[in-house]
Design a protein. Sequence first.
Lengths: 167, 103
Amino acid sequence: METKEKKPLEKVCIICAKGNLEDVYASLVMANGAVMEGIETNLFFTFFGLEGITKKSMNRLHTATTGNPAMKMPGGLPFPTMLGGLPGVESAVSSMMRKQMDELGMPPVDEFLEMISAGGGTIYACKLAVDMFKLKKEDLSDEVKDIITIGEFYELCDGDRTQIIFT
Amino acid sequence: MAEKTIAGTQVKVTEDGYLEDMTQWNEEIAREIAKEIGIELTDKHFEVINYLREKTFAKEALTIRSVGKSGIVDIKQLYALFPKGPLKFSSKIAGIPKPTSCI
């Protein structure tokens, strides 16, 4: 007989490897959403993703204004790549985007990390990338539980209802 | 849509068990739904539930962030009151629609 038992997800391990505003937020929204659903959540930051948990940079992340074909001018016209390369444009566009996100009730990165921790989610930094960028534990958000190796990350991914998500 | 008797009252519920009509809610219904989830309601729970109902009546969108800034509980306490479903379970118990927010 066919069974139709649901097998809900029990754990997610999310890897954030890019430091663009949108990539970091994708990871944060997915992690926070999982915590809110009662799913055990591990969030692992590596490579340029470390920007998202580095105290100095986490609340001023940028979105790329060059090489980003989806970028539009206010009003919907395409955003000329030449314009995106001018000094200050990327900063201005990024701060505009952060403002719009704020209006939608999206928290800044530091607060988002706190929300994930408060719900029981755990945040890690990748040892190799931390060494490569010459960062120290104290450079990272206080919400970062530990700096771990990829082997330790995989140990956290045990269980047959676990998914690894790479953003 | 289905009819269900909760705490002796006939109410309309969605497939997921949320009340269709939040005016059919009362505290006994809240206790019964909470019991099904496995939560024993305290005064603090009711403070949160009443806040959620007020905001929903005022047609304001709810997020755990806004509840965390309500002055009633912080986010950690909200999770402690409604484990594994800070917004989902609290909304269900409060008799308001299933949350539509992603945050």
